[in-house]
Design a protein around this ligand. Structure first.
Ligand code: CP
Length: 358
């Protein structure tokens, strides 16, 4: 089935990803050339969850391309507050806008929205699940700052359980030759098993560590993440994890001279402010690369009739099945078809990717 929704960066082929990276570079080099490409087009930003970078960079991207924006950044100021379903909101908004970027705290919400939208839906983050345009941001940054997307040793540190940016990045970077990961977290915040299975399946090497200081010296990239307070079920559980990993000048002194530090931001306390002045600290540049990546993606989705994706997964509807992931959208929006992706003898939720057996 052909579609133009960006739910998971895996929807894009390698060539399509390259197209975005190349176009982002061209826009950065000569922005005025693209300042009317989206004249007359409207982007809707539907943010059910707080955001600075993703929301504003999407809006800025569309404005810089000559288009306009509508939307909300607080669903309580929309008819969601009156109990409107995701299906109805998306059906209506897709009649107003040419493209939708949506962030929602519920896992699989973006996939659910795409079922009811007549225009492209871009997943701007769905709970702890995925954040594909952050990964786009990350790979545009890696391409520009490291000059390659392969043969990189990438350390991921912090909240690897709830960090959707981590999940999206691993899924994408494990497809490039020679990449390996060092997963640095406490046992409580380790990467979910389904993400480990993806690395194993793609033959991508990974090791696990609980110690940032011991792991930093041979990394090409260190991807720091925030401990995601809003995803914990109690304050006590969060307090037990917060502040465990802090990147400071001393640890930076142990790293390679050409290692780069990335962070999707916002930062809380996991990188000390003194590290900002180190030329290897690329996280603020990364936020700017994200705007160019989103500009490129919007252009390709709206203006290039050859830019679409194929969903070749084998889907089955299991009417009585219940996704075991309590954070899945199927537990909130009861009308959704109970769709599962068949892989070998296993079934995975089509919305949140969790195994039916887990
Ligand atoms: N990186 C990122 O998603 O930042 P925001 O939450 O500010 O959008």
């Amino acid at each position: 089935m052909k579609h133009r929704h960006v739910i998971d960066l895996e929807d894009l082929t390698f060539a399509q990803l390259q197209q975005v990276i190349e176009l982002a570079g061209k826009i950065k080099a000569d922005p005025s050339k693209y300042s009317h490409v989206c004249d007359g087009k409207i982007l809707a930003t539907l943010f059910y969850e707080p955001s600075t970078r993703t929301q504003m960079s999407f809006q800025t991207a569309m404005l810089r391309l000559g288009g306009k924006t509508i939307g909300f950044d607080n669903p309580m100021n929309s008819s969601v507050a009156k109990g409107e379903s995701l299906k109805d909101t998306i059906t209506v908004v897709s009649g107003y806008a040419d493209i939708i970027a949506m962030r929602n705290p519920i896992e699989g919400a973006a996939k659910a929205a795409s079922l009811y939208s007549s225009v492209p839906v871009i997943n701007a983050g769905d709970g702890g699940h995925l954040h594909p345009t952050q990964t786009l941001t990350d790979i545009v940054t890696l391409h520009n700052e490291k000059g390659r997307l392969n043969h990189l040793k990438i350390g991921l540190c912090g909240d690897l359980k709830n960090g959707r940016t981590v999940h999206s990045l691993i899924k994408t970077m494990s497809h490039f030759e020679g990449n390996s990961f060092v997963l640095i977290s406490t046992p409580e915040l380790s990467v979910p098993d389904y993400i480990k299975e993806i690395m194993i399946k793609s033959g991508c090497e990974f090791t696990e560590s609980q110690n940032l200081k011991d792991s930093i010296s041979d990394l090409d990239v260190l991807y720091m993440t925030r401990i995601q307070q809003e995803r914990f079920s109690s304050k006590e559980e969060y307090e037990a994890q917060k502040g465990v990993y802090i990147l400071d000048k001393e640890k930076m002194s142990l790293a390679k001279k050409d290692m780069i530090v990335l962070h999707p931001l916002p930062r809380v306390d996991e990188i000390t402010v003194e590290v900002d002045d180190d030329p290897r600290a690329c996280y603020f540049k990364q936020a700017v690369y994200g705007m160019y990546g989103r500009m490129a993606l919007i252009i390709l989705l709206l203006e290039d009739s050859n830019y679409f994706f194929h969903d070749n997964k084998t889907k089955v509807i299991v009417k009585d099945a219940v996704c075991p992931n309590e954070r899945c959208i199927t537990h909130r929006e009861s009308y959704l078809p109970k769709a599962f992706v068949k892989s070998g003898s296993q079934l995975f939720c089509d919305y949140c990717d969790h195994s039916l057996d887990s």
